[in-house]
Design a protein around this ligand. Structure first.
Ligand code: BGC
Length: 745
């Protein structure tokens, strides 16, 4: 069960106080609360029963449980009542059923699911409640499909904007990642299913992912690449972890003693199961001894897997002991009991593609859209006197539930941006649609999807003259134009990184030409990763960022454009002006060859931009609203703290504009006199709050002093340096409203 600790803020007291003191003084609409999510401990109460079962199993039956016996399940033992362990991808919703022995869809009619916003979108909500909703809604869908494990969430750090899976991952900040991942896992596992957090670890690029040897210094590993996984295990109590494809310090991650045994199990106390990524296993005895429990893979006879016949032979020859096998089987059985796939407890039944779930997807989408620019209040659209709107761009109708390489969702509902506008605009307004640009690839250089040694697809960036003309005509004859630009899930895809940051398919030219004929042009980006939008951003007066945003994405977007929803998303990563400003590129350490060394160390994302004083196009944590907020009276509860204490930062957030809105208070910590190298600032707390126009909310953010620690490589432990720290309170990493100085004893 989720253990909810609610810290009611002073807002409630303020409401009570002000209403008796002065009836006209209104108060904030929502109490401000911070929730800490804790997953359910993995139980050992069935251990005696499990040992009895193991004692009755043949070696073949045991080993059958350690490898795939179909594309997405492992073997069960029918005669003993042990079911198969049934898995499904993935991050965007429950993937359609795949055939048992190849990648072709099974062709079922009951596997239509809800498509949820992709990871980048979820992180852009900066709302832990949304992450919990996401997990529990998805958990119900998984149960309706009678699955035991969801291969999700995907929480690798966004190291380069070009990473093919940026849309699927969450952010460039380990703190934001863990705060979103933990409630998601808790929500999911409350529905009697296992999360399988992936890809452990240091899987930050697609290029050469099958063999690249990632070299990260120990401090960066601990401070940047592991914290979200660590929280997933220690707080979320994730029942599963997926070993990544790549190598880390010379060893494949599915046979990496340091990562799987020493860190994951010994240090963090992980009690769940380690599942390999698909075909990421390279050895038999070594994988098993070094911490892998289950080998999954791509089609080849399942008995040819490393943990199949070869493992039976290894036991028979004495290379692997039966006790070792029992250890792994026991872990799996414990998990089957944990999610009530065994043991007879009443298990969550679930439901799929229901209106309630579509509305969960809507709620998340409505909170993740980021308003990047809004000169002269161009948005929300004022419909007075508007008779026609030009809707331009292939992305107005492009669907993204499926696409590219890797897991998507088969869904009956994906509201496109054009459909969203049609749903929400009065019928008196004429929509003049023009495709504008064509999604076209150079077939010769398309980049072989799935061939991870080739770069991403090469796009054809010349506009089709007729399509361009059509767009210009539509813009000319309409009162307002909206261009839906960006990318899609064929272009941003697993298995290849993008070649550059350019807007593909000639969109840059299209946007400029449309703007030239209709200055009332709004640009909406639909994309999951940063793009070079410097020029576009300069020319347009309104710029909105949407994501691969789920079944209800188009409705949420229309509601934002028309002002029914006030945008409150914040960027989960830095939008650079140019790719060479980004740390992995500035240090020339992407993508490497056989080896990639993360030369920027701890200075990932905004840590690099802020420390090196490089101006981003849009900073981490940035996002506008249709209202304005003032931050007042930011303070900490004390000025000096001991190591085991928690700092309470509070700030009054006043809605100084004309409409209700939501703001994200962000707290960054900085230590300028540090003895060690540090980033200029690091996110240590945040809280989203809804504030009614004219009202104030007092937002309270708890920062445990231990969050200020750095990883001391020599002592091999987390250490909090004593002395002064500055806590910066703001609404983006570059818009700090107040600095609070505290000291640590
Ligand atoms: C991906 C995983 C996914 C698995 C099964 C792999 O290629 O890296 O994220 O869960 O395939 O579809």
């Amino acid at each position: 069960m989720k253990n909810k600790i609610i810290f009611l803020s002073a807002a409630l007291a303020f409401i009570a106080f002000s209403s008796c003191k002065n009836d006209t003084q209104s108060s904030g609409s929502e109490s401000v609360q911070t929730e800490e999510y804790q997953g359910k401990e993995i139980g050992t109460e069935h251990d005696a029963e499990i040992d009895k079962l193991i004692a009755q199993m043949t070696i073949e039956e045991k080993i059958g449980m350690l490898h795939g016996n179909s594309m997405f399940s492992t073997g069960g033992v029918k005669r003993l009542g042990i079911p198969e362990l049934k898995m499904a991808d993935g991050p965007l919703g429950v993937r359609e059923e795949i055939s048992r022995d190849n990648w072709a869809p099974a062709g079922l009619t009951n596997d239509f699911a809800t498509y949820y916003p992709a990871g980048g979108g979820l992180a852009a909500t900066w709302n832990t409640e949304m992450a919990h909703t996401f997990g529990s809604s998805l958990g119900e869908e998984l149960r309706a499909r009678d699955k035991d494990m969801l291969l999700s969430p995907a929480i690798n750090m966004v190291r380069t904007p070009l990473g093919g899976r940026t849309y699927e991952y969450m952010s460039e900040d380990p703190f934001l990642n863990k705060k979103i991942a933990v409630p998601l896992i808790v929500g999911l596992q409350e529905k009697d299913v296992m999360a399988c957090v992936k890809h452990f670890a240091a899987n930050n690029q697609e290029t050469n992912r099958d063999f690249v040897d990632v070299q990260i210094d120990e401090r960066a590993l601990r401070e940047i690449y592991l914290p979200a996984f660590e929280a997933a295990v220690k707080e979320g109590k994730s029942y599963g972890i997926m070993g990544a494809y790549n190598k880390f310090r010379g060893e494949y991650l599915c046979e990496n003693d340091y990562m799987l045994n020493k860190i994951l199990r010994d240090e963090w106390g992980f009690k769940g199961i380690v599942v390999s990524d698909w075909a990421a296993v390279h050895s038999t005895a070594k994988s098993l001894k070094n911490g892998l429990d289950i080998e999954m893979g791509t089609p080849k006879p399942f008995n040819e897997f490393f943990l199949a016949d070869k493992l039976i032979a290894a036991v028979k020859s004495g290379e692997v002991s039966e006790a070792e096998i029992n250890l792994h089987v026991k872990r799996i059985l414990r998990m089957l009991f944990q999610v009530k796939a065994m043991g007879g407890g009443e298990r969550a039944k679930g439901s799929i593609a229901t209106e309630a779930h579509y509305q969960d997807a809507y709620k998340i989408a409505a909170e993740d859209i980021v308003l990047l620019k809004n000169e002269n209040n161009a948005l929300p659209l004022k419909l007075d006197g508007v008779k026609s709107i030009a809707v331009i761009g292939n992305n107005a109708t492009k669907k993204n539930a499926l696409g590219g390489f890797g897991a998507g969702v088969k869904t009956k509902r994906e509201v496109t941006p054009l459909e969203g506008l049609k749903n929400r605009l009065p019928s008196s307004i004429k929509i003049n649609y023009a495709e504008g640009y064509l999604e076209r690839y150079d077939e010769k250089n398309k980049g072989n999807l799935g061939n991870i040694t080739s770069n991403g697809p090469v796009t054809i960036d010349q506009l089709d003259p007729a399509k361009l003309q059509e767009a210009i005509e539509a813009a000319k004859k309409s009162d307002v134009a909206i261009i839906f630009a960006g990318s899609n899930r064929d272009y941003e895809t697993e298995a290849s990184d993008r070649r550059n940051l350019n807007l593909p398919f000639g969109q840059e030219e299209l946007i400029q030409k449309v703007l030239a004929v209709n200055p009332k042009t709004i640009v909406v980006m639909v994309a999951g990763a940063p793009f070079d939008i410097d020029a576009v951003s300069k020319k347009t007066s309104a710029l909105v960022w949407s994501w691969f945003n789920g079944s209800e994405g188009g409705n949420a977007l229309a509601d934002v454009l028309l002002g029914k929803v006030n945008p409150s998303g914040k960027l989960p990563w830095t939008m650079p002006k140019k790719i060479m400003d980004s740390p992995a590129h500035a240090t020339n350490s992407f993508p490497g060859g056989k080896t990639v060394t993360y030369a920027e160390g701890i200075l990932i994302g905004y840590r690099w931009f802020d420390t090196k004083n490089i101006a981003p196009l849009y900073p981490f944590g940035f996002g506008l609203s249709y209202t304005t907020f003032a931050f007042d009276n930011a303070k900490s509860d004390k000025s000096e703290y001991a190591l085991n204490e928690t700092i309470t930062v509070s700030v009054e957030v006043k809605n100084t504009g004309k409409v209700d809105g939501k703001e994200v208070v962000q707290v960054y910590a900085s230590k300028t006199d540090s003895k060690i190298t540090r980033a200029a600032q690091e996110l240590k707390g945040f809280q989203k709050t809804a504030v009614k126009t004219g009202s104030s909310n007092t937002v309270t953010i708890k920062v445990p002093v231990k969050e200020l620690a750095y990883y001391d490589v020599t002592a091999k432990k987390w250490t909090v340096e004593p002395g002064k720290y500055i806590l910066k309170v703001g609404n983006s990493s570059r818009d700090i409203k107040k600095e609070i100085t505290i000291s640590i004893k």
